[in-house]
Ligand binder design. Sequence first.
Ligand code: GNR
Ligand code: NI
Length: 183
Amino acid sequence: MSPRPILIIPDTRLRQVADPVPSIDKEIGTLVEDMFETMYLAPGIGLAAPQVGVLKRVVVLDVAKRRDEEAKAEPMAFINPVITWASEELSTYEEGCLSIPEYYEAVERPAVIRVAYLDLAGAAKEIEADGILATCLQHEIDHLNGVLFIDHISRLKRARVMRKFEKAAKSRDYEDSRPSSRP
Ligand code: GNR
Ligand code: NI
């Protein structure tokens, strides 16, 4: 069990549609363990498999520590999650994303949702979520479809943040290509 590197925009893998998990085997077990470790280390309250470069429909979440650092961990894993119902009522949260470090913006989404999924034992489950859990689940399920929270903000703000991260990626590539930066 080990943490994995988190992909940062504009990595194209963050824009792919992830594949459903056909069966929950040892490989998925290891992936979920590694995703929890990666999420707690970051730290974050959720993580989708594409963020660690695995294009499978797997999400981990733990919203328990958001307000209370002392709170007990409440890890949740969702395989092949599907939103089966969303409220007309909306709510707004200040969102962030581990793949878009240190950028935060308000996003409006349905306030309450129901989500069908498989648990780690392969059992079919359905939960109703509200509050930060509803927001986070929608944010993570978006990742499985190649959608990022900046797709829900204004075009101008999105263009600004994309440009900033594209520049940063280019200068990283340049530094990596310099002979003097080689050991
Ligand atoms: O750690 C995270 N915090 C967060 C805050 C508000 C709304 C969504 C999130 S998810 C984010 C971790 C992440 O990038 N998951 O994909
Ligand atoms: Ni995210």
